[in-house]
Design a protein around this ligand. Structure first.
Ligand SMILES: NC(=O)c1ccc[n+]([C@@H]2O[C@H](COP(=O)([O-])OP(=O)(O)OC[C@H]3O[C@@H](n4cnc5c(N)ncnc54)[C@H](OP(=O)(O)O)[C@@H]3O)[C@@H](O)[C@H]2O)c1
Length: 311
């Protein structure tokens, strides 16, 4: 819940998993949302932009209170060829830079620019305890996230408060990791991936939406902020919890070679076989309250949205 009364919030990537949930919550809370769309606008609730060709309706952004950008091509939509990796990076970095340069040039600038980033920033880190003070990691995603965050520079140089939310693995039955696992797990085909000791730093969809609202609202928050739950789990713990919540066995392991064959080696190594144990120190320091702090609460909560399928 945003404390500032009835704000105008522009949202990029509004049609995505997080964007849709955020827009619904902002509207429910009485704020005015202006979706940034990459097609001709239908009415003045939308703002046109086309990051791939550098087009943006800057006049329509003048005077909005807050801007949230969640756009970028889905990182698991295709195999990571060189061309697709370029799309993953450029769709985030170029859109963020265009937005940021535009916000910096406005006569009436927003109070805050919240931009998605990802825990991929930290790379694969074993069981090292990571927070926002930790150094960035290595690998394709880490490099892409560094460039993505750096693209917000024009906003903060112009005096706009910027939060780069390093979002963890978002749990929702509507998309992402959990959605892809539900079918095999419900069929009793779930199991530990690779050695199972890699960490999953997750966050429930409802909490990532709340964290974005908190970032909009909470003036002390700026810079990089981990948006992950306070209790990261290993893949083995996650598998056990999901099996319990769905009342299904989880005895069929997925060896590393099989997941590499399915996803491609680099994608599998960065997203499924590797992991990082990440803590949301900055949100905790500002007393952000997680609705779903532990994995069982989170799985039960997000799956209770679909009670018939969840059992
Ligand atoms: N979900 C997760 O687990 C997770 C974890 C870490 C980080 N994140 C990051 O958080 C952001 C939102 O995540 P999400 O799960 O909501 O993503 P999503 O469902 O894939 O939605 C992303 C949105 O980005 C826009 N988009 C797609 N292709 C684009 C392109 N080529 N250029 C610019 N915009 C494009 C689309 O919205 P429009 O058509 O409305 O423009 C799309 O709906 C993403 O940047 C993602 O990398 C997500």
């Amino acid at each position: 819940m945003i404390n500032h009364p009835s704000q105008v919030v522009a949202v990029g990537g509004a049609s995505g998993l997080i964007g849709k949930a955020l827009v619904a919550k902002l509207e429910q809370d009485g704020h005015t949302v202006r979706r940034m769309v990459r097609r001709p606008v239908k009415d003045n609730s939308e703002i046109y932009w086309k990051p791939s060709s550098g087009e943006i309706d800057d006049a329509a952004l003048n005077g909005v209170d807050a801007v949230v950008h969640l756009g970028g091509v889905g990182i698991t939509d295709q195999r990571w060829t060189d061309d697709f990796k370029r799309q993953i990076r450029d769709s985030r970095v170029d859109s963020t830079r265009l937005l940021s340069l535009t916000l910096a040039s406005l006569e009436r600038k927003p109070r805050v620019h919240v931009n998605a980033s990802a825990i991929g920033y930290y790379g694969v880190r074993g069981d090292e305890e990571i927070d926002e003070s930790s150094a960035g990691g290595q690998g394709f995603l880490a490099d892409a996230c560094r460039d993505w965050e750096a693209a917000t520079q024009p906003s903060w140089e112009s005096g706009i408060r910027v939060c780069q939310l390093r979002i963890g693995v978002v749990l929702s039955p509507d998309g992402g990791l959990l959605a892809s696992l539900l079918k095999p797990f419900r069929m009793g085909l779930g199991g530990v991936v690779a050695r199972g000791d890699q960490y999953i730093s997750w966050i429930a969809l409802t909490d990532v939406v709340a964290a974005i609202q908190f970032a909009i609202d909470h003036d002390p928050l700026h810079g990089a902020v981990n948006a992950t739950a306070p209790n990261p789990v290993t893949n083995r713990e996650f598998t056990k919890a999901l099996g319990e919540v769905l009342h299904r066995p989880t005895v069929l392991p997925m060896p590393a070679f099989a997941i590499r064959a399915m996803m491609g080696r680099e994608t599998a190594d960065e997203l499924a076989i590797g992991g990082a144990k990440i803590y949301p120190r900055r949100l905790e320091a500002e007393w952000f309250q997680f609705a779903c702090p532990d994995i069982r609460t989170a799985l039960r909560t997000v799956l209770s949205e679909r009670p018939a399928e969840a059992s």
